[in-house]
Design a protein around this ligand. Structure first.
Ligand SMILES: *[C@@H]1O[C@H](CO)[C@@H](O)[C@H](O)[C@H]1NC(C)=O
Ligand SMILES: *[C@@H]1O[C@H](CO)[C@@H](O)[C@H](O)[C@H]1NC(C)=O
Ligand SMILES: *[C@@H]1O[C@H](CO)[C@@H](O)[C@H](O)[C@H]1NC(C)=O
Ligand SMILES: *[C@@H]1O[C@H](CO)[C@@H](O)[C@H](O)[C@H]1NC(C)=O
Ligand SMILES: *[C@@H]1O[C@H](CO)[C@@H](O)[C@H](O)[C@H]1NC(C)=O
Ligand SMILES: *[C@@H]1O[C@H](CO)[C@@H](O)[C@H](O)[C@H]1NC(C)=O
Ligand SMILES: *[C@@H]1O[C@H](CO)[C@@H](O)[C@H](O)[C@H]1NC(C)=O
Ligand SMILES: *[C@@H]1O[C@H](CO)[C@@H](O)[C@H](O)[C@H]1NC(C)=O
Ligand SMILES: *[C@@H]1O[C@H](CO)[C@@H](O)[C@H](O)[C@H]1NC(C)=O
Length: 645
């Protein structure tokens, strides 16, 4: 039926709103052995008045914090579901004037005075103060099994902090804030960047006096006579302007069209200062689209270095004598539209000529970014799923399978929870990664502590839970802007195999399902997805999202019905093997009647061995904003029409 489909994979960055005003350097991680994780010197506030360090003992499932804060009053540290005081789990401590140390396990029901917990699980180990600073050391179990405490796991946590002017904790007008962090960290041990060769990709232009600019320029990798390996990526934000205004950057790999020589095709643009990445086709002077299908690295504000596991690297160049061209996309975030600021910004590739046994590859699993993702207005929990079919992993992976070692989950402003599920036959294995506290402003490359083996024939399903309540009673559809949505996971794996993209889409005419009888599809003026305009019925006439938001009569039954249908019915899945061609369109859905995975509820069994409500993801802190988009447009029958971007 769907004999033919065309895909354009378009990786691009999305606009982002503002970000954490945090200090990008952040904590450094040390680790003593497999079971001890340590973070030193994370600055919670922009001015560096509140420095938090912590250590996790995985064997004892215990976390110990040390706070050094510029105050002689109380110090508050909390974990909150949403960054607010309401519902937060808190610890408040300090040293009274008479020298008595104090520390209370508390929680807040609302924004008023916190209440002391009946069960004290956060405990003070030490406290001291001198003329300018207070130091606190305190500890708790990762999961205390107390309803008033927040279980700490692999999720992103919203840390809230407060700095009291005095020791009177009833007076809480103090200085306060929030910061997203992952408290459980990987083993970035013994890494010395000086041991490696470096290639810097930087752009130096006068930042446009626009709120948001995506700037793209071509870069050429050093010519190497043998294949080397990339073993780490990191940002270079050596000046304050770069640190303040670089919101994110992406490194893409360029591949010229068939039959073209890359030197001839990209070479002439090497000295071009670059241009806007997402101009309409007829205004784009650089061959940018020949790079955007192969994403190599994403960094976002606050993000830290990403390091490959020992013995694993990304081949550089892939083929000696070719594949030397890359595209650097910088997202400048300039909300005050300041003119006249020129600075250098970008990233660094660390690579080695030493033998690396194992090549890595990046796999993207997603739901197609299209109107098939339509999230109704006023939703708090609307779930969308994208599948990587057993047929794709069967065809794209060899017998031994692959080991996934790093994950980056991606959605936009409506994303609340993301999860990558893993099925083998009719059994669901532990989730590959998940985040129940997803923060768009804190997207990270997260090393999985235990690499996850995926075998040929396994199915991976990425699930995204969206809330549209923030969006002024408007519907949200799949798209490139951060106000539109995506649902994807970027998974680094080894050894390198063919499979690099695997996703699915709901193939039906979604407009028809909404009762639309006649509509038009047009090309947007600045690139991006097609625009749908409803003609009939007359009472829905107008632009699709606008009509859905203001004219369509929603009811709960219908919302749940379209959610169910989109999530559980048969999707079409495509696998793309490294630009070598397309697989066939395959039908895919959740496995039939599978045995569901559920993390064990440690609290029920009264054993103090919490792994909380979590399982298999693992995490590093790369404070970040990462926006990455893959857009797959399938030409199906007449319903969705492909556009060329
Ligand atoms: C020190 O001061 C605190 C708060 O004013 C008080 O609760 C505590 O009893 C005092 N301790 C001593 C040893 O006086
Ligand atoms: C603490 O215990 C008291 C008495 O049992 C109870 O009334 C109160 O609700 C409890 N408070 C919390 C926060 O659980
Ligand atoms: C107070 O203690 C901190 C370390 O906790 C130290 O860095 C600072 O220099 C000390 N200040 C004074 C005035 O002693
Ligand atoms: C690579 O080989 C070319 C020609 O054989 C030589 O001129 C060049 O110096 C070599 N480059 C490196 C980095 O070894
Ligand atoms: C960078 O941001 C910080 C914190 O907002 C601000 O204090 C500083 O002046 C900014 N620096 C520049 C060069 O813009
Ligand atoms: C969303 O909720 C608001 C406030 O409750 C209501 O006014 C609006 O009609 C709702 N929108 C839709 C499309 O249901
Ligand atoms: C849809 O609307 C267009 C423009 O009004 C009209 O030409 C076309 O015949 C309509 N198609 C159907 C199936 O009604
Ligand atoms: C709910 O909305 C759908 C779609 O508009 C409609 O077909 C259905 O009759 C409505 N149901 C109720 C109970 O209003
Ligand atoms: C976090 O993920 C790792 C696997 O990467 C797992 O071993 C660990 O149990 C998880 N931790 C928690 C608290 O869930």
């Amino acid at each position: 039926m769907y004999k033919k489909f065309i895909k354009y994979i378009l990786l691009c960055m999305c606009m982002c709103l503002n970000s954490l005003s945090s200090i990008a350097s952040g904590a450094t991680f040390l680790h003593n052995d497999e079971l001890q994780l340590k973070a030193i010197g994370e600055s919670l506030d922009p001015s560096g008045s509140y420095i938090l360090s912590w250590e996790v003992d995985l064997k004892k499932q215990r976390i110990t914090f040390e706070a050094e804060v510029a105050t002689l009053g109380y110090i508050g540290l909390g974990i909150s579901p949403n960054g607010n005081m309401a519902g937060a789990d808190l610890f408040i401590g300090g040293v009274y004037k008479n020298g008595t140390k104090y520390g209370y396990d508390m929680h807040a029901r609302d924004t008023t005075m916190p209440i002391q917990d009946n069960q004290s699980d956060w405990t003070l180990i030490d406290a001291s103060e001198n003329e300018s600073k207070t130091y606190l050391k305190f500890t708790r179990l990762l999961n205390t099994c107390d309803d008033n405490d927040y279980p700490i796991s692999n999720d992103t946590v919203r840390i809230i902090w407060s700095i009291g002017e005095t020791d009177d904790i009833t007076y809480h007008k103090g200085n306060r804030g929030t910061k997203s962090l992952n408290l459980l960290m990987p083993n970035n041990d013994n890494f010395n960047p000086d041991d490696y060769l470096k290639w810097d990709l930087e752009t130096e232009i006068e930042m446009p006096s626009e709120d948001t600019t995506y700037w793209c320029s071509f870069k050429k990798a050093p010519e190497l006579n043998s294949t080397h390996h990339i073993i780490a990526f990191e940002p270079i934000l050596t000046n304050e302007l770069a640190m303040n205004y670089t919101h994110h950057f992406i490194i893409y790999k360029c591949t010229p069209p068939k039959g073209q020589n890359e030197e001839d095709f990209f070479g002439p643009h090497l000295n071009h200062p670059g241009e806007n990445c997402y101009l309409p086709d007829d205004q784009q002077s650089l061959p940018i689209k020949y790079c955007m299908s192969q994403y190599v690295y994403v960094w976002s504000k606050g993000g830290k270095r990403m390091i490959f596991p020992e013995g694993v690297g990304y081949p550089f160049p892939e083929k000696v004598g070719e594949s030397n061209y890359y595209l650097l996309e910088i997202h400048y975030d300039n909300p005050e539209k300041l003119p006249g600021l020129t600075f250098k910004t970008g990233g660094r590739v660390l690579y080695t000529d030493k033998p690396i046994e194992t090549d890595a590859e990046l796999l993207t699993v997603s739901h197609d970014v299209s109107i098939a993702m339509t999230i109704p207005p006023n939703q708090t929990e609307f779930i969308v799923a994208g599948h990587c079919s057993p047929q794709c992993t069967e065809a794209g992976l060899s017998d031994g399978g692959i080991n996934i070692f790093n994950s980056l989950l991606h959605s936009h402003l409506s994303g609340r929870k993301l999860k990558v599920r893993h099925f083998r036959d009719d059994v669901e294995l532990p989730w590959l990664d998940f985040d129940n506290q997803y923060d768009f402003n804190f997207q990270q490359n997260k090393p999985l502590r235990d690499a996850v083996r995926v075998l040929p024939g396994d199915q991976l399903t990425v699930e995204c839970t969206y809330s549209t309540t923030w969006n002024n009673h408007k519907a949200v559809i799949g798209g490139l802007s951060t106000r539109e949505e995506m649902c994807m996971a970027f998974l680094w794996y080894y050894p390198k195999q063919k499979l690099d993209y695997c996703g699915s889409y709901y193939p039906n005419d979604v407009l028809h399902e909404m009762g639309v009888i006649n509509y038009t599809v047009s090309k947007p003026s600045v690139g991006g997805l097609p625009i749908y305009t409803i003609l009939e019925p007359k009472d829905l006439a107008g632009e699709y999202v606008e009509s859905l938001s203001t004219k369509f009569k929603w009811n709960e039954t219908f919302v749940r019905e379209i959610e169910r249908r989109r999530r559980y019915s048969t999707h079409h899945s495509g696998c793309l093997y490294k630009l070598q061609g397309r697989g066939d369109v395959i039908s895919v859905q959740y496995p039939y009647d599978f045995m569901k995975y559920g993390p064990e509820d440690v609290c029920k069994r009264e054993v103090v061995k919490p792994a909380g409500n979590n399982s298999s993801s693992f995490v590093v802190v790369h404070t970040s904003l990462i926006f990455m988009i893959i857009m797959l447009i399938f030409v199906t029958k007449s319903d969705l029409q492909a556009i060329q971007i």
